[in-house]
Design a protein around this ligand. Sequence first.
Ligand code: HEM
Length: 503
Amino acid sequence: MVLMVVPFIGSVSVSESLLALATVCLAYLILKFFRTKIPEGLRRLPGPKPLPIIGNVLELGSKPYQSLTAMSKRYGDVFQIQIGTRPVVVLCGSETVRHALIKQGDDFSGRPDLYSFQFINEGKSLAFSTDQAGVWRVRRKLAYSALRTFATLKGKTPEYSCFLEEHICKEGEYLVTQLNNVMKADGSFDPFRQIVVSVANVICGMCFGKRYDHNDQELLNFVNASDEFGQVVGSGNPADFIPILQYLPSPTMKAFININARFMMFVKKLVNEHYATYDKVQKTFVTSLTPSLTTMRRFLYFLVGFDTISTALSWSVVYLVAYPEIQERLHQELKDKVGLGRTPRLSDKPNLPYLEAFILEVFRHSSFLPFTIPHCTTKDTSLNGYFIPKDTCIFINQWQINHDPELWKDPSSFNPDRFLSADGTEVNKAEGEKVMIFGMGKRRCIGEVIGRSEVYLFLAIIIQKLRFHAMPGESPDLTPEYGLTMKHKRCHLRATMRARTEQ
Ligand code: HEM
């Protein structure tokens, strides 16, 4: 955001800048004069003083989750900043966030009318659209039941408990072979690039009975569009926060519209191809519940939850490499509880507490979704005694909750054991529930069950069969790159098949 706003200001003439500055200062003074009246008994939100035009953008820096965490130490769990000309209320602290999203769930369940959101899924996205509460609620219910069907649909072979398990197991096994082949050919592999294709294939397989080769250009274009989407949404579009910019040409906005159009074209092409060619006997998710093509196109949009799953898996592999002793302990658990002669299943999960604890610690430590999708108040409300007007944009800092020293002992160290019971035989559920990565309350992620199942099963399969290492002389870099979903730096790793003797 900083980097994008400042160059724009530099590209207009000096006289235009001065005129704009004077107008904005005047508007600022007028607005200050007519500041929102605070109802009796409530307080005005604290927060840093904003500069005209850019607000507090400079203080946000390149790691807003950290700078906003630092601000919460000064201003408390509820405070206001200004991004451009838009006031944004930031919520931190587990109790405060729980209060807002659960106890006062309706008040905080809206989405802000950000200019860029109207270009996502032609303005009809469940996650980003600013639908009236009634419309969103119906859509969410429909989407939820579609996903439940998706997750529990019976498999083709009795060997698998459900269709989802069948697809993950098969893709997990392909991934092991693929990594082995890439290692033989190139001597290293790019974890994100390989994993994302496997995760996308689970969705494409279930929806269309189609899987892609790991080098398929069409799929890679789609995957890259999703990556660019996250980067643009995560860093913020200047036009979302300085409304006048909507009327001026902007390369960022042009790129964003283009990404969304590419995304939409790919999904439409897949659906149309599927309808033209599908075998009526063949069972896929699309053919099993399509009421109409339009509804299906909309449904398909939330299946792109694959970016979050791939990010979680790719981070997990990097952590395995960074902590080899944890990797060995995970393999040992699989060896003891599942054995090495068969592929792990969803039903093995309760017997693999260390793997579950590892996944929770990856979610907590990486906090790769540092904020939820922005929320917005649906009416005038209050929190912790502060007045928050209707239609205020709300940022929820999940990273702060996952690194709060009040909640976690030594939050910066990576330690899956923190989630295990004293004797190490089971996961401490209460500790696990403190991790915030799927949001909370009315807008909580609807793909959570699918997300958790996929991350668990893919990991169980690859850890059982492979050992991951860094390149000679290198150590993995765990610094996240900021975006809607934060990725680790693209890197190359090595994988070796575990020797037969280990099996
Ligand atoms: C590890 C995987 C995943 C993580 C960490 C994750 C996390 C999140 C988060 C943080 C939100 C925003 C919550 C809020 O705004 O308060 C969200 C919303 C959402 N997620 Fe996920 N997600 C994952 C996987 C998925 C999958 C697999 C799907 C679909 C199959 C999905 C579909 C959605 C939808 C539709 C919403 C919007 C809900 C609404 O606005 O009402 N997610 N997710």
